[in-house]
Write a protein that binds this ligand. Structure first.
Ligand SMILES: [Mn+2]
Length: 324
C-alpha cells in the first residue's frame, strides 16, 4: 500500500470535519461492518460525531461486533456533513442509503475493490489489500492511533471473513502480520471464530441439510446446482441469512467446477449465485443478465420462472466450461 497521497487526503478530511456518517454496503458482510465500526471507534475517539448506517439490520452473526447495536437503518440516519463509504465498490452498493451519500457536503470512500473507480471526493482504494479492514488498520497506524481491543475485534473480523480465515488467494503475509500483531496484543481469536463460524441457528442447519440433499449434478458432475423456494424457506422457518454458505457447500463437492444456487425471493424473482473453481468465468455469465461479481464468484437476479432460469444458467455455464 503505497498510495500515501490517498491516505493523506482521507486523514486531512478526518481531521478537518466534525461529523461523519459511515455507509456500509447492501447485504452487509464482516468487512463492511468491521471497517465501519472500526472507523466509528477511531472518529469518536477523536471527539468527532459519527454514525454507522446499514441498509438492513446487522446480521445475527455480526451482532457480537463492538457497537453493532449502534448501527442505524437509513431512515433513522442523521446524515452528517461528511459521508465515508466503506467496502463499497460503486454507488449501487448503497441501495436505500444512496440519498445520504448524494446529500452529503463531503464524501470519502475507503475500499479494496479493484473495480472501484473513485466516486467520492476523496478516495482511498487499495486493490492489493485483502480487505477494507486492512486499509483501515493502516489508517490507524498512519494516524498514530492505538488499535484498542474493540477496534481489533472489528478489524480482525473483516480480514478473516474476506480471506476465508486467511486461506483464500487474496491472503497476504501483510494481513497475516496484522492479525499476528492483534493476537500478540491479546485478541481472543477463538471467541471471535466461535461467534462467526460456530454459532448457527437451528433453522439454518436444517435448511442447509434439506437444500444440499436435493442438489443435483450436471455435465458429468462438473456443475452442481441447488434450488430453494419461498415455500421451503417457510417450512423451515428460515431467514435469508440462513441461506448463506449454501453455494459454497455446492462448490466444495469434489467433481464440481461451477456451483449454482438459485433462491426464490419474496417478490417472485430468483437470485442466482455462482461460484467457480478457477476454470470458468462466472462473472461473464452474471454480466449477461445484468448481474455482477468476478470470475470466481458472481450473481444476478432472474425475472423468468424457475424452470427457465435453471435452463438458461445451465446452458450458459456449460458453454463457459466447454470454452475453457
Ligand atoms: Mn471487502
Amino acid at each position: 500500500m503505497n498510495d500515501i497521497e490517498a491516505f493523506n487526503s482521507i486523514i486531512e478530511g478526518i481531521e478537518s470535519y466534525d461529523s461523519f456518517s459511515i455507509l456500509t454496503h447492501v447485504s452487509p458482510d464482516g468487512d463492511t461492518l468491521g471497517s465501519a465500526l472500526a472507523m466509528h471507534i477511531l472518529l469518536t475517539g477523536m471527539g468527532k460525531r459519527a454514525e454507522v448506517i446499514c441498509e438492513e439490520p446487522v446480521p445475527h452473526i455480526y451482532k457480537y461486533l463492538p457497537r453493532a447495536y449502534k448501527v442505524v437503518l437509513p431512515d433513522r440516519a442523521k446524515g452528517y456533513d461528511c459521508v465515508i463509504a466503506v467496502d463499497c465498490a460503486d454507488m449501487q452498493r448503497f441501495k436505500k442509503a444512496e440519498h445520504i451519500f448524494r446529500g452529503a457536503k463531503h464524501t470519502m470512500a475507503i475500499d479494496h475493490h479493484f473495480t472501484n473507480r473513485g466516486y467520492a471526493d476523496a478516495n482511498l482504494i487499495c486493490p492489493e489489500a485483502s480487505a477494507t479492514c486492512e486499509v483501515v488498520y493502516e489508517l490507524y497506524k498512519l494516524m498514530d492511533k492505538p488499535i484498542e481491543y474493540a477496534a481489533a475485534v472489528c478489524l480482525y473480523t473483516g480480514i478473516v471473513t474476506d480471506t476465508g480465515n486467511l486461506t483464500y488467494s487474496n491472503t497476504t503475509p501483510r494481513c497475516m502480520r496484522m492479525v499476528a500483531e492483534m493476537y500478540e496484543n491479546g485478541l481472543n481469536i477463538t471467541e471471535i471464530n466461535r461467534n462467526i463460524y460456530r454459532t448457527v441457528p437451528f433453522s439454518k442447519t436444517r435448511l442447509q441439510g434439506f437444500v444440499l440433499s436435493n442438489m443435483k449434478l450436471e455435465l458429468d458432475g462438473r456443475i452442481g446446482i441447488a434450488t430453494l423456494t419461498v415455500a421451503d424457506m417457510d417450512r423451515f422457518d428460515a431467514t435469508n441469512e440462513d441461506c448463506e454458505g449454501i453455494v459454497d457447500s455446492v462448490r466444495d463437492v469434489e467433481s464440481v467446477k461451477v456451483a449454482i444456487f438459485i433462491r426464490e425471493g419474496r417478490d417472485g424473482t430468483f437470485k442466482v449465485s455462482l461460484r467457480s473453481k478457477e476454470c470458468a468465468d462466472v462473472g461473464k455469465v452474471a454480466g449477461k443478465y445484468g448481474g455482477g461479481g468476478h470470475a470466481a464468484a458472481a450473481g444476478y437476479t432472474s425475472r423468468e420462472p424457475l424452470s427457465t432460469t435453471v435452463a438458461n444458467v445451465l446452458r450458459d455455464v456449460t458453454e463457459e466450461l466447454e470454452n475453457d
